[in-house]
Design a binder for this molecule. Structure first.
Ligand SMILES: [Zn+2]
Length: 91
């Protein structure tokens, strides 16, 4: 049976430690579950990126590490998507 996004998160632990493949799986589940979609994922990415920055001197220094690079890219991508959606909603 397909787990819900919440079940996925509880079985995979802290999203800050997820591999990119885990994040992709979560995205798929979020789409299936029709989560308040983009906003939830955007906030999650924000939380993950912020947590990572707090723990990683290299990323704070503007030198994204191998873990932080994809995390920050994902946040930037979702931020763009989210802003794009807001623009569309205003029509
Ligand atoms: Zn880092």
């Amino acid at each position: 049976m397909t787990p819900t996004p919440v079940q996925f998160r509880s079985s995979h632990g802290d999203p800050a430690a997820w591999m990119p493949a885990d994040i992709d799986s979560y995205e798929v589940l979020a789409d299936i579950a029709q989560l308040p979609p983009l906003f939830d994922r955007y906030m999650q990415a924000f939380e993950t990126a912020t947590k990572h920055l707090g723990a990683c001197a290299a990323c704070r220094d503007g030198r994204p590490c191998t873990v932080g690079g994809p995390v920050h890219d994902r946040f930037a991508r979702l931020q763009d998507e989210y802003r794009g959606q807001q623009t569309q909603d205003r029509g």
